[in-house]
Ligand binder design. Structure first.
Ligand code: X90
Length: 276
């Protein structure tokens, strides 16, 4: 039985990722160039291009065909998608699922709308792998992942909401009120799968404290954590140390955001996916 895990590039999957995951790339688009968020993308170059570029920029989700490519010829496909409340990604994946199952009636696809993104998706993909390795049936894996996804969360800090506002993915009035130089926004993915800003903070120490406080409020008690930063390894390491001070046994990993998350989380941002 050929089983595949699939996701989109907002889950920050790199070559040789364990477990093995196939991903459909998002796109970052300007009037002069289209950046495909795949293994060939030079994110540093893209960010520096975008800094110099004064025009409009936006993003686009993978096409149905991109999704079908990730399915390959698997008998069973399990997927995790960025929140359907901010992207058409889930919708495209569900069309791909319908086409795939119609063309191959003996094959099955399940796509989870994670109502989140980035490192929370990474946790979900790792859980899928665990459930598959237990030898569970399709229905058992599906109910297992649905139960687990109710116990995982995403908290973050960002240094700007500009790209969210410009792309109509957060209220521009809120974005403007927050867009003061030097301030960071600490927030969470809401239960609806939207961005919920919660606090404005100045200074790294205060930011990390507020982020930790937010995690605790959401029920964090020492479970697994995935951190994903936009070229801010230092904050990620400091935050890891802060969590370990309170929970020495916590399993904490750190990854670098790929193109899509770097575009929205902007340079310096940190995303934190964790178990309750
Ligand atoms: O379809 C598309 O064009 C992609 C749109 C993606 C929009 C959201 C990207 C989020 C990246 C930023 C911080 C966390 C926000 C959490 C909200 C659920 C990560």
């Amino acid at each position: 039985m050929n089983i595949r895990l699939v996701t989109d590039s907002s889950a920050n999957i790199y070559p040789n990722h364990t477990p093995s995951v196939f991903y459909a790339p998002m796109k970052i688009v300007t009037s002069v160039k289209e950046y495909v968020d795949n293994d060939e993308l030079n994110v540093v170059q893209m960010l520096s291009d975008l800094k110099a570029y004064k025009g409009k920029s936006s993003t686009a989700c993978p096409s149905v065909e991109d999704w079908l490519n990730t399915f390959g010829d698997a008998d069973i496909v399990y997927g995790a998608c960025i929140t359907s409340n901010l992207s058409g990604c889930y919708n495209a994946a569900m069309i791909a699922k319908a086409q795939y199952e119609e063309a191959h009636p003996d094959r099955k696809v399940f796509i989870l709308d994670t109502l989140s993104t980035g490192p929370e998706m990474q946790l979900l993909l790792e859980k899928y792998d665990e459930l598959i390795k237990k030898g569970l049936s399709f229905d058992e894996v599906v109910s297992g992942i649905q139960a687990y996804s109710k116990k995982t969360h995403l908290a973050f800090f960002l240094s700007s909401l500009d790209n969210f506002a410009k792309n109509g993915r957060v209220n521009p009035v809120i974005a403007k009120a927050i867009g003061v130089l030097g301030l960071r926004i600490v927030g969470k993915a809401s239960d609806m799968g939207t961005l919920e800003p919660m606090h404005k903070v100045r200074g790294e120490r205060k930011t990390l404290n507020q982020l930790f406080e937010t995690m605790r409020l959401l029920g964090y008690k020492g479970g697994k954590v995935c951190l994903a930063h936009s070229y801010n390894e230092e904050a990620a390491e400091n935050f890891k140390t802060m969590i370990l001070d309170s929970y020495p046994d916590a399993d904490i990993s750190i990854t670098l955001n790929r193109g899509l998350c770097c575009f929205y989380a902007e340079e310096g941002g940190l995303l934190c996916g964790f178990e309750e």
